[in-house]
Design a protein around this ligand. Structure first.
Ligand code: 26M
Length: 817
């Protein structure tokens, strides 16, 4: 076939103008004269998307022609946020686009702000998947992200009278201009029914219903846009839109019932509800997207290979937590029932192809499905899992006499009864990774201890990372410009090169400019705080930031208790030499998580008292910014001076906000938890504020018992703070409002808030003094920026590529050529 060359290459602003106008007219159907912001936005996205297409197709062609091994990242969540600005920057088009829009009379920044924030994830796990997509494209790894095209992403949070309220997030209603619908890419997804064994002994699944999964593709460009990968999201569709028999009988509503049920599977993202269990729809969602993805990748593999037994040489599948762990049984089912392999061969291929990332050790968060539910939705898979479990038990029985076999079984036969998805993922994978060094160690010591002894060297740690494109270059222009001017721009594609800025920590003129960049970011946030919550804060105060999901283990409570202690101290002696602070909180609580919601209310009640107290003034301000999401993170992080990473040691698997904040020149106050340990190692003990119990201390207390009552009685400040909160000082209209919090800390302080309180306050006072020494503070923040280059998602992806996927990656030098 003759290749038709259609050039849409952009050389200058004139080209951009021409392409935007063309899109406006022929794709959006609007005359520039009558176009509103939404039209300009659609036209711009479509024009930028065009720029990706040639590279996208070239990337696909290269993978086929060179028969490269492909990586599939299966994740229930991709928290990608907005795409426009990052894509434009990756393509190097910011200057001509800005110029073109100005000439067209449209406002570039306003258009950027109008793009909906795709909140297809809860938090860290989903954002990690999005950073990894960026890095896999940057490194030129042929990869697909596979997930669900939720119609409603994570709920929108608003604050009414200090309480969280939830509203549905309908990001798709304005149209998602990045995606390509693929009506021809459609798979059957069976559910329910029963398994019948034929006289020949073959198991045949007769599902009760079959629905469809339909593909929608979003191109994902990496740095410099040379390689483009695909994020393929699945939407649920009915096998037939209406039941004609019912329709003709006049039963109009029930004629649509099956259609509605099918569309429900991709309707809503579950908000991380670690306590709720046994959700039929959640299990269906997990199977739905996993099955569609596996069918799709097998079809792609078989379109250019005829020997299915070579699958692991050409395909690596990464399971992002246990949400897609059903892949173990589904890949076996497809290999056995559809492709005629034996169970033994299928299991070997499955294990060599799959690997699993664990993101939490909290027992209540480990997925487990009741046999009843599991068997009714996926009867064939239950049989396959029982077969795997038998094999696995034989290995266990042969290997170790001392092992408690009940504890290593995938199907739990003790009183709990159920399918342990973590065990399934572990047994069905050739590698299992934790997301920080500490977390991988703890996996071996706790939940996976027995499995680790059975399959030694299967567990490894791959410390998380973040993309420097979004989390420094694009979100923090003042600092990025300064860095580029000072050390060049190699760091954008090779973050470890940012180390070159370290010597400038000693340069007073550079420190001045580093401070000026921070100040500019703070002024922008000051304006946002003013306009969104009506609180005036000073840009000269320390911006002390805790932004993350609301969870007891993350201990926002410890932070607000410190604020209360500080409030009382200032009131007692307003004339003393206080370091002015603004405490900024952002985060959503799962709708059913009462304690987390009560902590939001406490933060807002304390904020009301402190912010309106004339004695306090600028010495202390407390701000809760509603609806924390990727876009707000992009504005808060560049403005932060202090990063709160204060989880109970041993409970935060890694953290990634800790990396973003340090990279943007904030100092960390934190416990030795998750990746904080490695951040401390790299920035140096003198450039971080570490306090509190270690993971080992916590483990010992859990055995020996911990008496919070005694600790409270022994600490006057702590007692005062808890008495005030518990007696209604901050809630005079409802004095008992926070009783539950105080009771919890007094009688069952599971997260060791009281245990770490004194050490936390001490460290905060050191932070106060350190902040007053402007030059030394700046010096230390520069060293943080300079020394956290290792926490790039590019480095993390190289680790996965080398140690888990067995795929090649180019050197950092090649990336920057
Ligand atoms: C579970 C059941 C039903 C609905 C939702 C969930 C669920 C969804 C997401 C549970 C947990 C989810 O995410 C966990 C998570 O984000 N973990 C974080 O992962 C980050 C990336 O590895 C780490 O940095 C964080 O430490 C870890 O908490």
């Amino acid at each position: 076939a003759t290749a038709v060359t259609l050039s849409r290459r952009i050389e200058d602003a004139e080209d951009v103008k021409r392409l935007i106008i063309e899109k406006l007219k022929y794709a959006v159907g609007k005359d520039p004269e009558h176009s509103v912001r939404q039209d300009w936005s659609a036209a711009l996205i479509l024009a930028v998307r065009d720029q990706l297409v040639d590279h996208w197709m070239a990337s696909t062609r290269r993978a086929y022609e060179q028969d490269q091994k492909r990586v599939y990242y299966l994740s229930m969540e991709f928290l990608i946020g907005r795409l426009l600005k990052d894509t434009i920057i990756n393509l190097g088009l910011e200057a001509p686009v800005r110029e073109a829009l100005t000439e067209l009379g449209a406002d570039y920044d306003e258009i950027l702000r109008s793009e909906p924030d795709a909140a297809l994830g809860n938090g860290g796990l989903g954002r990690l998947a999005a950073c990894f997509l960026d890095s896999m494209s940057t490194l030129g790894i042929p990869a697909h992200g596979y997930g669900i095209r939720y119609e409603n992403g994570l709920f929108r949070q608003s604050i009414h009278d200090g309480w969280q309220a939830e509203e549905p997030e309908d990001w798709l209603v304005t149209g998602h201009n990045w995606e390509f619908e693929r009506p021809e890419v459609i798979y059957n997804i069976p559910f329910g029914g029963e398994v019948i064994t034929t006289p020949e002994g073959k198991a045949v699944w007769h599902p009760a219903e079959v629905m469809l999964a339909a593909a929608y593709d979003t191109p994902i460009a990496g740095w410099r846009g040379r390689h483009v990968n695909t994020l393929r999201l699945w939407a649920g569709k009915p096998a037939k839109r209406v039941d004609l028999d019912r329709f003709n009988r006049g039963e109009y509503l029930s004629a649509m019932e099956a259609a509605v049920r099918a569309e429900t599977v991709s309707r809503i993202l579950y908000p991380d509800d670690t306590t709720e269990e046994g959700k039929n729809l959640r299990l269906r969602q997990e199977f739905f997207f996993t099955s569609a993805s596996l069918q799709d990748l097998l079809r792609r593999y078989l379109s250019s290979h005829d020997d299915i037994s070579k699958l692991p040489e050409k395909v690596a599948i990464q399971l992002n937590d246990t949400h897609p762990a059903i892949a173990v049984a589904e890949l076996m089912r497809l290999l056995v029932d559809t492709h005629g392999l034996s169970m033994e061969v299928a299991f070997q291929l499955t294990r060599e192809t799959l690997s699993y990332t664990n993101h939490t050790l909290m027992p209540e968060a480990l997925e487990r499905w009741s046999l009843q539910l599991f068997g009714s939705v996926l009867p064939r898979h239950l049989d396959i899992i029982r077969w795997i479990d038998e094999q696995h038990l034989r290995t266990a029985a042969a290997a170790k006499r001392t092992l408690d076999l009940e504890r290593v079984r995938i199907v739990d036969h003790t009183n709990g009864q159920g399918v342990r998805m973590g065990h399934l993922a572990f047994v069905g994978s050739h590698r299992v990774n934790g997301v920080s060094a500490l977390h991988a160690d703890l996996m071996k010591q706790t939940v996976f201890q027995d499995l680790d002894s059975l399959y030694p060297s299967r567990i490894l740690g791959v410390t998380n990372g973040v993309t420097p494109r979004r989390w420094l270059h694009s979100c923090n222009k003042p600092l990025s410009d300064l860095l580029i001017e000072t050390i060049g721009e190699d760091w954008i594609g090779d973050l470890e090169a940012i180390e070159a800025v370290a010597p400038y920590a000693e340069d007073a003129a550079f420190r001045e400019r580093f401070r000026a960049a921070k100040h500019e970011n703070k002024c922008r946030l000051v304006a946002e705080i003013q306009s969104r919550v009506g609180i005036h804060v000073s840009p000269d105060a320390m911006f002390d930031v805790q932004i993350k999901r609301m969870h007891e283990y993350k201990r926002q409570l410890l932070n607000i208790m410190e604020a209360v202690a500080q409030y009382f101290a200032i009131r007692n002696d307003p004339a003393a030499d206080w370091t002015p602070r603004v405490k900024i909180f952002g985060g959503k609580a799962a709708p059913g998580y009462e304690m987390a919601k009560l902590i939001i209310k406490l933060i807002n009640d304390v904020a009301r008292a402190v912010n309106s107290d004339p004695v306090i003034g600028d010495r202390l301000k407390i701000v809760f910014l509603p609806n924390y999401n990727v876009s707000t993170a992009e504005r808060i992080i560049p403005a932060a001076d202090l990063s709160e990473q204060i989880s109970t040691a041993g409970m935060e698997a890694s953290g990634t906000g800790n990396m973003k904040l340090a990279l943007n020149g904030a100092l960390t106050i934190g416990t030795l938890d998750g990746a904080n340990v490695e951040i401390c190692d790299r920035v140096g003990r003198e450039n971080i504020h570490i306090f509190g119990l270690t993971a080992e201390d916590v483990a010992n207390y859990r055995i020996s018992g911990y008496d919070s009552r005694a600790v409270i009685d022994g600490n006057e400040t702590l007692k005062t703070v808890l008495d005030a909160i518990g007696s209604g000082v901050f809630s005079p209209e409802d004095p008992n409002r926070f009783r539950a919090i105080v009771d919890r800390l007094s009688y069952d302080d599971y997260f060791f808030v009281t245990a770490d309180f004194a050490a936390y306050l001490d460290e905060q006072r050191k932070v106060d003094r350190a902040f007053m020494d402007k030059e030394d503070w700046t010096r230390r923040t520069i060293l943080n920026t300079a020394r956290v280059g290792w926490f790039s998602a590019d480095r993390a992806i190289r680790d996965y590529a080398r140690e888990i996927w067995n795929v090649e990656t180019p050197s950092a030098k090649e990336i920057n050529q």
